[in-house]
Design a protein around this ligand. Structure first.
Ligand SMILES: [Fe+2]
Ligand SMILES: [Fe+2]
Length: 382
């Protein structure tokens, strides 16, 4: 730090001289002024760290002078030097925060030196605190800036990722649709079967209040449930008559074939078991296949698909029979609820049917899966 300066203000030149003498050996530079105005002028031109002022002076009192110094140069430490007779004024100045210390006249040399040293240390300390505050503030600004940048970057990356995800989802949905269409195309009678099963199943899932992810899974599993029929001879798939026992055994392989087809596709991992088990019976009986799983061991989407699949098949024309009536469908579901079908799923379907009547089946409703995934449509049906 450059040399420190102290300004003494006193109308008595003897006092100023005595102080200069006293401090000659000290490392501080001593400035003096006999009039307050002179002192203020000096302060405008010179860097001073400490002002020590007498109180009683002609023109302006020491308390007033120090008050002006405080206003104009708040960083300068202020000390008052006064005789006991003016103690009340000095104490008031201290209380108003205008001065740092009081030196009484006549002074003790050692005490004066000590007070000056403490006052100058006080100045240094205040400066240091200020500097640290400034540095801290700067650092905070910098941190805030960094945070803002980071947030922007994260937001941008998230947006890019979202866009990529959407792209992937779209490609994924297109792939699944193409697969489903390929299955249904094998037989004119089953055209649209997979799509309708997917729609019915996801609507039932919605009625069951399943969470969004599960409804999505139900939809895609519905689309792909019969993908294994690709591996069944066309003669059986398109046979214009009910199947004989041997043909029925052959066709029973389609859930396993389907699972095998989908297994290598990473993004279909969750769908594979749903496809594999869509012909299990709820009671675990031998009529179910391929693994005769029981109740909750059967993936929930499979249980939902089985009901949707049955409803769709019964309400569609076949080469050897016309579509069955909704009453027949309902009594069939009732009859096998708890054995073939999960009663909770049957219950949800019956509620939908009661609310919407045959419209539920005849209006060929759509499920806007893209809007559903994007979240722009709550339930996604129209
Ligand atoms: Fe099937
Ligand atoms: Fe089916």
């Amino acid at each position: 730090m450059s040399q420190q300066r102290v300004l003494f203000v006193d109308d008595e030149s003897n006092i100023l001289k005595a102080i200069q003498r006293l401090l000659r050996a000290e490392s501080v530079e001593v400035l003096t002024a006999q009039r307050p105005e002179e002192a203020l002028e000096l302060l405008e031109q010179t860097d001073v760290q400490l002002v020590v002022s007498d109180h009683r002076m002609p023109g302006m009192s020491g308390a007033d002078l120090l008050s002006v110094v405080r206003e104009r140069h708040p960083e300068i430490v202020r000390v008052m030097m006064t005789g006991y007779t003016h103690m009340d004024v000095a104490v008031e100045a201290i209380n108003r925060g205008e001065i740092y210390r009081l030196i009484t006249k006549p002074w003790n040399d050692d005490e004066l030196r000590l007070t000056l040293k403490q006052a100058l240390d006080h100045y240094t300390l205040k400066q240091e605190v200020q500097r640290l505050n400034h540095v801290t503030r700067q650092q905070n600004f910098k941190l805030q800036d960094m945070n803002k940048n980071l947030e922007t970057k994260v937001r941008e990356r998230t947006r890019q990722l979202d866009a990529k995800n959407l792209e992937l989802r779209t490609a994924y949905i297109q792939t699944i649709r193409a697969l489903a269409e390929a299955i249904d195309a094998k037989d004119a009678y089953t055209r649209g079967h997979s799509e309708r099963v997917a729609v019915y199943a996801s609507r039932i899932a919605g009625e069951m209040k399943l969470d969004k992810q599960l409804i999505e899974r139900v939809y895609f599993s519905g689309l792909l449930h019969d993908v294994g029929k690709i591996g069944i001879p066309d003669a059986i798939i398109t046979k214009p008559a009910p199947l004989d026992p041997e043909e029925r055994e052959t066709i029973k392989a389609h859930p396993e074939i389907g699972a095998k087809i989908l297994e290598p596709v990473a993004f279909l991992k969750e769908i594979v078991p749903c496809v594999r088990h869509h012909h299990e019976w709820f009671d675990g009986s031998e009529r179910g296949y391929p693994d005769r799983l029981i109740a909750s061991a059967i993936p929930l989407p499979s249980r939902v698909i089985l009901v949707a699949d049955t409803v769709e098949a019964m309400t569609s024309d076949r080469p050897y029979r016309k579509a069955l009536s909704i009453d027949t469908v309902v009594s069939e579901l009732d009859k096998y609820s708890g054995s073939q079908f999960d009663p909770v799923v049957v219950g949800a379907f019956l509620r939908l049917l009661e609310r919407e009547g045959e419209n539920f089946i005849s209006k060929r409703q759509q499920f806007d899966i893209d809007a559903f995934i994007e979240g722009s449509v709550e339930a996604g049906w129209s």
